[in-house]
Structures are given as structure tokens and as C-alpha cells.
Design a protein around this ligand. Structure first.
Ligand code: SF4
Length: 383
């Protein structure tokens, strides 16, 4: 039986955060109900299901999936279980925005089978939260977090951001220490990206350009400060018992996110909902991102066959995101040729610059390589 992870996209948010370019927007109650109807029908009519698919993980992301009631989440999971063979011990995650959950709702999520919750906190500083345009305060996060524990969640992630305008090493350290004191099982710490067509782009694009040129930005932390924040994240979280298992992800032993590990090892995944992507037998399918089309059932996926070269590239640049790196044996088993035959020159050059290291079967980024990971990973594009 084939395996595939399942991703469900819920594109509603209370309001758009100022830095966000995800596929999400505010939607009234009626439109939300209509969307859910289309989503359930998309899941139940999934063409791959006839092959019999074993599902090890489900991730309900967004947007703000925690705007959905317990009953609605139960309906979605029921549709997934009716369509696929979901593992009894499947990791089932929901993303939640602090302030959008109640104890009763969290209890209903648990009863529906959700066993992992991911809170988008971003910062413990009120000023920074306001500047990001988040809808919640730190106090509201604390309340939501405690309610999740009381409702029985034993696997909680907290999302944090660094490199924020006006953020200092001191304020970021305070955020890290406050979150560590709560002892969530998993922490994701991302760097802010200034994306086009967001209010942040209008405010900070010039500053971003300065920073890229090595000049001192006015509002954004400098490159050195960003690196110092990254180093501080690793130091504080490792001291608190977390392992950095991917560039931006830290977990207590046994709590690495199985769903995301599947993306980095190129497992099959099936995405449902507006704009959702799937990877199945090396073909990437993408749902249209027009809400109007989705609501009218005209949601044909576009398909892109990933040839062997593309598969090798993804194997390398996704796999090298993991601290463990990539296995040469696994590369050979997958592609029937050695990693050296394809990437010998690249590996040699990057190793000479101390950006990667090779130990027995494994190739991984060095700490220096991780600092400039975008540049290093781009080296594995073949053409
Ligand atoms: S809550 Fe998340 S998805 Fe929604 S607008 Fe904010 S960053 Fe974007």
C-alpha cells in the first residue's frame, strides 16, 4: 500500500498580519461554511484513494484553522479517515492562533483525534506583536497555551520569529527564555522574510536592500545581529534540552515534527484546499488559488512531472535542511548512481570552504554553512 501525508489548507484569518503573504484572508461565516463543504467533497472524491493510501500524518494548516469549531474539525478528520487508511498512531497537527481557542474547543479537537497543536506566538513582546499586526497579546497566548495543556495536549509547538523591526538581542532573549520556561515539546524559530505585496514590504523593503548590501539598516536588525539571534536561539534552546533537527526547528527528544520531516525526505503528500500542493510519485500537483474557482468546484490541479534531475536537486536541498544531513547510501538506492558522480565537484568546493562536512555516509551543513544556507543549497541546482 502506498503512503502519503495529508495536508489540509484552511485559508481564513481574523485579519491579515502585516508581514504575511500566505494564502489567507478574512471570510464571513457563510463563506466559511461553503468552503468547508467544498473541502469535504474534495477529500471524499480524491482520485488516489482508490489505490488505497496509508496516511501516517495529517497537518491542518492555514490561515487560522483554530477558527473552526470542534465539530467542523471532526467532520474534516472523518472525511480523511473515510477516504484513506489513517495510522492509529498518526501525528495529527492543527495550527492555532492564540486567542481563537476556548477550553471546550480544544477538548473537542482532542476528541476528534488532534494530538499536536502549533501556536503562532512569534514574540513575547507586546510592542513587537503589535508591529507585526498580530491579533493577540502575550497574555492571551499564555491563556491559550495553558488551556491546551489542561485539555490534554502533550505535544505543543510554539512558532517564534527573529529579525523583526526594532527587535533587539535582549528582547529576543527574553522571548526565548519565557517560552522555554513553559517547556513546549517543539519550538520553530524563523527569520522574518520581507515579502512583496505586504505592508511590511512598503515599510521595510529599502531597509532590507541596505542590509543585503552589508550596510546598516535603520529598523531591521543587521546581518550580524540576525546571526547573533540565530546563535542565541541554538544556545538557549539546547541548554533547555531541545535538539536543533532542522535549520529553523527544535524539539525535545522524540518530538520532531513527523509531518515536516516527511517533506524534507520527499515523502508523498496530498494537499486539500485552496492552493494546496501535493507530491505523488514524483509529480507535483497544485490546486488553483482562486477562491471563486474553488467555491465553484473548478479546482483542477496543475501537474508538473519532476524529472530525475529535479528529484536529485530536491533530495539535496530539502535533505540538507536537516541537521543530520543527507545519506549517500540513500541517494544511491534512490537514483542508482553515487552522490559523488552527480555532485562530486560541488561537494568538494563546499567542503573546502567549510560550508559542508562529510562523515562516513552523511553529508551535512556546517554551522557556517547553515548561516548562508540559501546560497549553499542553491549550489545543488544542476542546470
Ligand atoms: S495568522 Fe498566520 S496566516 Fe493568518 S495572516 Fe497572520 S501570519 Fe498570515
Amino acid at each position: 500500500m502506498k503512503r502519503a501525508e495529508v495536508y489540509i489548507h484552511i485559508p481564513f484569518c481574523v485579519k491579515k498580519c502585516d508581514y504575511c503573504d500566505f494564502l489567507s484572508f478574512s471570510m464571513n461565516e457563510e463563506a466559511r461554511k461553503e468552503y468547508l463543504g467544498m473541502l469535504l467533497s474534495e477529500i471524499r472524491t480524491c482520485a488516489w484513494a482508490t489505490e488505497g493510501i496509508f496516511v501516517p500524518t495529517i497537518f491542518i494548516g492555514g490561515g487560522t484553522p483554530s477558527l473552526l469549531s470542534g465539530v467542523e474539525i471532526a467532520e474534516i478528520l472523518e472525511a480523511v479517515r473515510d477516504t484513506f487508511e489513517v495510522a492509529e498512531d498518526a501525528e495529527i497537527t492543527i495550527e492555532a492562533n492564540p486567542g481563537t481557542v476556548t477550553y471546550e474547543k480544544l477538548l473537542a479537537y482532542r476528541q476528534a483525534g488532534i494530538n499536536r497543536i502549533s501556536f503562532g506566538l512569534q514574540s513575547a513582546q507586546e510592542k513587537e506583536l503589535q508591529l507585526l499586526g498580530r491579533i493577540h497579546t502575550y497574555e492571551e497566548f499564555l491563556k491559550s497555551y495553558r488551556m491546551a495543556r489542561e485539555a490534554g495536549f502533550t505535544n505543543i509547538n510554539v512558532d517564534l520569529m527573529n529579525g523583526l523591526p526594532g527587535q533587539s538581542l535582549e528582547s529576543y532573549q527574553d522571548t526565548l527564555l519565557k517560552v522555554c520556561a513553559l517547556a513546549p515539546e517543539h519550538i520553530s524559530a524563523y527569520s522574518l522574510m520581507i515579502e512583496e505585496e505586504t505592508p511590511f514590504y512598503e515599510r521595510y523593503a529599502e531597509d532590507e536592500k541596505k542590509r543585503a548590501k552589508g550596510e546598516k539598516p535603520q529598523m531591521l536588525p543587521s546581518e550580524e545581529e540576525e546571526r547573533a539571534m540565530d546563535a542565541m536561539t541554538q544556545r538557549i534552546l539546547e541548554e533547555a534540552g531541545y535538539e536543533r533537527y532542522e535549520i529553523s526547528n527544535y524539539a525535545k527528544p522524540g518530538y520532531a515534527c513527523k509531518h515536516n520531516l516527511g517533506y524534507w525526505t520527499r515523502e508523498n503528500y496530498i494537499g486539500f484546499g485552496l492552493g494546496a500542493a501535493s507530491l505523488f510519485d514524483n509529480v507535483r500537483y497544485t490546486n488553483k488559488d482562486s477562491l471563486w474557482l474553488y467555491m465553484h468546484g473548478e479546482n483542477r490541479k496543475t501537474a508538473e512531472v519532476i524529472d530525475e534531475q529535479g528529484q536529485m536537486e530536491e533530495f539535496m536541498f530539502l535533505g540538507l535542511r536537516k541537521t543530520k544531513g543527507v545519506s549517500k547510501k540513500c541517494f544511491k538506492n534512490t537514483f542508482q548512481c553515487s552522490m559523488e558522480e552527480v555532485y562530486g565537484e560541488v561537494l568538494k568546493a563546499l567542503e573546502e570552504k567549510a560550508l559542508i562536512c562529510q562523515e562516513q555516509d552523511w553529508v551535512r551543513l556546517t554551522p557556517r554553512g547553515r548561516d548562508v544556507s540559501n546560497v549553499v543549497l542553491a549550489e545543488f541546482l544542476i542546470s
